[in-house]
Write a protein that binds this ligand. Structure first.
Ligand code: PNW
Length: 484
């Protein structure tokens, strides 16, 4: 297996190193001598990722309208540390410094999101040119520094006006407003942005925003309404794809950035791999499956029963408008799968209480997710271009006595996920690039500023950014185009 050879862990070398003199052993273990197979394809794109509400601040500046996250974060008891993102990383003013941080990593790409309420303060109607100007400044700065911009159209900051007026994604009019906004942005920015992502993580915004109520707008809708929300979000994605095609320059690329349910064969036998593929199709039925197949699976419709969403055949063809790539946010193994003889053909293994996780309990450590997520997408749906649009971890970072943050747990996590990404590319899975979440610590939604995901530590009192050890680690990876 490529993964083993990438590690240089063949049984033979382990044995012979025992016999080597200590000097020879240390020579052998020196990083520059790592086998070529730890490398990524030439031109592989390394970047970092952020989102507007999590870093920009300046929520009242230059005519920005309110978003559902402004209201949610200002509602008592919703955010763990009672924080809000009114200032956050003050990136709106410090963006030049932040582009320098990217440049210091050697990163060649940056995934950021555009705040819909900056561009259309009321969600629809009159645009606000001053809001769009911020992104003009940011794009010019990125390009001047040799960093390719990848823009997400919607990373959860819905204009509050659309929530108040339409009930947000409960209404398909929100999907239409989203497409109008997406077309407007594509028209004005596609001279410099060649890649757009439509919706960031349909699944999380639907389940946590409208089902569990732990993300904005904080609703707990019954199943039938929730299924309609899910359908409307998928429709919004499809309409936005069409709007980018209609209004963007020729050659503008567009696709989703989805946090798919990643199903991993518990043991890599052909039967378990097949079972994991079946599970992947079914457990992503409302998102990637319908986007890439143009229909809801029979199992999805049967299990929804009378609560199934209402839709037309035309909706399905809009939702499945051809995309240029699929973006995947990969953090954690959602399920380990074992083949089963009876329907549905798979068993989802329960997670033992001892299963390890990072600083967030949901963030279980399963680096092989980084192999199987893109591999399933490439195999099941014949997708030819994939980006890892997010991967990274929270860690309990604390500056040591010397002031440095030695986040060796983040490095451990990243290294192991990247080994599996390298396994994927060397197996021919068409992953073209990787965006590490996140460039810097930021507002982590309902966890407030308590959870830190950055390569750079941010002191939110002074706005000082300081590289953690993981920043040096990532710089090495980028420089060598290989796992170190
Ligand atoms: C993503 N999960 O959220 C979001 O896109 C980011 O805005 C966020 O800051 C980051 O990951 C870290 O949380 C996720 O449960 C939240 O699998 C939860 C999951 C995945 C992604």
């Amino acid at each position: 297996m490529a993964g083993w050879s990438a590690l240089g862990l063949s049984a033979k070398s382990a044995e012979s190193s025992q016999a080597d003199s200590s000097q020879e052993t240390s020579q052998k273990n020196r990083l520059p001598n790592r086998s070529l197979s730890s490398g990524f394809p030439a031109g592989f794109l390394w970047g970092t990722a952020t989102s507007a509400y999590q870093i920009e601040g300046a929520v009242h500046e230059d005519g920005r309208g309110a978003s559902i996250w402004d209201r949610y974060a200002h509602t008592r008891g919703k955010i763990l540390d009672h924080g809000n993102a009114d200032v956050a990383n003050d990136h709106y003013h410090l963006y030049k410094e932040d582009v320098r941080l990217m440049k210091a990593l050697g990163a060649k790409a940056y995934r950021f999101s555009i705040a819909w309420p900056r561009v259309f303060p009321e969600g629809a109607g009159s645009p606000n040119p001053k809001g769009l100007d911020f992104y003009n400044r940011l794009l010019d700065e990125l390009l001047a520094n040799g960093i390719e911009p990848f823009a997400t159209m919607y990373h959860w900051d819905l204009p509050e006006a659309l929530q108040d007026r339409l009930g947000g994604w409960v209404s398909r009019d929100t999907a239409k407003a989203f497409a109008d906004y997406a077309g407007y942005v594509a028209e004005r920015l596609s001279d410099r942005v060649k890649h757009f992502f439509t919706v960031n993580e349909c699944s999380r915004l639907v389940h946590l925003g409208y089902g569990a109520g732990s993300d904005a707008p904080g609703l707990r809708l019954p199943q039938a309404k929730l299924n309609q929300v899910r359908h409307n979000v998928a429709l919004g994605h499809g309409l936005a794809v069409q709007a980018v095609r209609a209004h963007g320059r020729v050659g503008t690329r567009v696709g989703p950035a989805e946090n798919m349910v990643t199903c991993i064969p518990a043991i890599e036998t052909p039967a378990n791999i097949r079972a994991a593929e079946i599970a992947t199709r079914q457990l992503n039925a409302g998102y990637l499956t319908v986007m890439l197949e143009g229909k809801y699976t029979d199992e999805f419709l049967a299990s929804a029963g009378k609560n199934a969403p209402k839709y037309t055949a035309e909706d399905l063809s809009i939702i499945s408008s051809a995309v240029d790539f699929v973006g995947l946010n990969v953090y954690t193994p959602n399920h380990y799968v074992v083949a089963a003889d009876n329907a549905p053909g798979f068993t989802l293994a329960p997670f033992p209480a001892s299963f390890p996780h990072m600083d967030s309990t949901w963030l279980k450590i399963g680096p092989e997710a980084m192999y199987w997520a893109p591999r399933h997408v490439a195999k099941l749906w014949d997708v030819k271009s994939i980006y890892i649009t997010e991967n990274g971890t929270s860690a309990a970072d604390e500056p040591a006595a010397d002031g440095n943050v030695y986040d060796v747990d983040r490095i451990m996590y990243l290294r192991n996920y990247l080994i599996h990404l390298q396994r994927a590319t060397s197996d021919g899975v068409p992953v073209l690039g990787y965006f590490l979440w996140s460039l810097m610590d930021n507002f982590e939604w309902s966890d407030g500023f308590e959870k830190r995901y950055g390569l750079y530590r941010v002191d939110f009192n002074t706005q000082r950014r300081t590289p953690k050890l993981s920043a040096s680690f990532y710089r090495e990876i980028i420089e060598r185009n290989a796992v170190v």
